[in-house]
Design a protein around this ligand. Structure first.
Ligand code: FES
Ligand code: FES
Length: 165
């Protein structure tokens, strides 16, 4: 039996017919919507490569059934930049060498953006490590990743302060 769902993906409405209710959000994004920036690592919730934001919260999309998220607002790595202008976390990953092979990077970046929105870690490197611990990096780029998150967090704090001044 087919199931129709409607999602907002990176600001655009996407109507999809699922022929299998077991399709995950990850497979829907990659295989049906051709948004391959979100990576499939373990496919069992252990590596964080598939992290996206759903209704503003970070989740492992390999563990999420698409059918359970009818009507959801989804942000993937493809929706983060504004035209040519990178999101501060993306720019900071480049500036701090936050990646080597890059396979974990979309998930790391989405997780960092989600963490900042949750206002969980502030500027404490230990808390950032803890809050990002669901995102594994086989290349071991953790030092650059934490540096990038700290830098982006600082920049975003500053711009929020300027806006409210
Ligand atoms: S692919 Fe989803 S957590 Fe590893
Ligand atoms: S940069 Fe290669 S897995 Fe993280």
């Amino acid at each position: 039996m087919n199931h129709s769902i409607s999602l907002t993906v990176n600001g655009a409405r996407r109507d999809v017919v699922l022929d299998d209710p077991r399709v995950t959000l990850l497979d829907l994004l990659r295989e049906r919507l051709h948004l391959t920036g979100t990576k499939k690592g373990c496919d069992r919730g252990q590596c964080g490569a598939c992290t996206i934001l759903v209704d503003g919260k970070r989740i492992n999309s390999c563990l999420a059934l698409a059918i359970s998220h009818d009507g959801a607002d989804i942000l993937t790595i493809e929706g983060l930049a504004r035209g040519d202008q990178l999101h501060p976390v993306q720019a900071a990953f480049i500036a701090h060498d936050g990646f080597q092979c890059g396979f974990c990077t979309p998930g790391q970046i989405m997780s960092a953006v989600g963490m900042m929105r949750e206002a969980q870690a502030g500027n404490d490197p230990e808390r950032i490590r803890e809050c990002m611990s669901g995102n594994l990096c086989r290349c071991g780029a953790y030092a650059g990743i934490v540096g990038a998150v700290l830098d982006a967090q600082g920049q975003m704090d500053e711009s929020n302060q300027r806006r409210s001044a």
